[in-house]
Design a binder for this molecule. Structure first.
Ligand code: SF4
Ligand code: SF4
Length: 75
């Protein structure tokens, strides 16, 4: 299992990127629908530690489960 960054809720502040102990959070290409930068979690590498969820300032941007339909990935 993995955590998920909901692409359309992410505001791109990247607190999660530096906090992730396995460096599995990556920057997405372009902007989301709210014209913000967005990040995505590599589901295969995530170890489900929840640290990203604790540091993210945007309520509801990270889910503690794997929901591929809510998270865009680079093409
Ligand atoms: S998931 Fe949260 S901490 Fe990570 S980039 Fe998006 S808004 Fe920032
Ligand atoms: S749950 Fe842990 S391993 Fe997974 S993306 Fe968040 S900080 Fe990284």
């Amino acid at each position: 299992m993995s955590h998920t960054i909901i692409t359309e809720k992410c505001i791109g502040v990247a607190e999660c990127v530096n906090a992730c102990p396995v460096a599995c959070i990556h920057k997405g290409q372009g902007k989301n629908k709210a014209n913000k930068e967005w990040y995505w979690i590599d589901f295969a590498a995530c170890i489900d530690c929840s640290i990203c969820l604790q540091v993210c300032p945007t309520e509801g941007a990270i889910l503690d489960k794997e929901e591929p339909t809510l998270q865009r990935e680079p093409i």
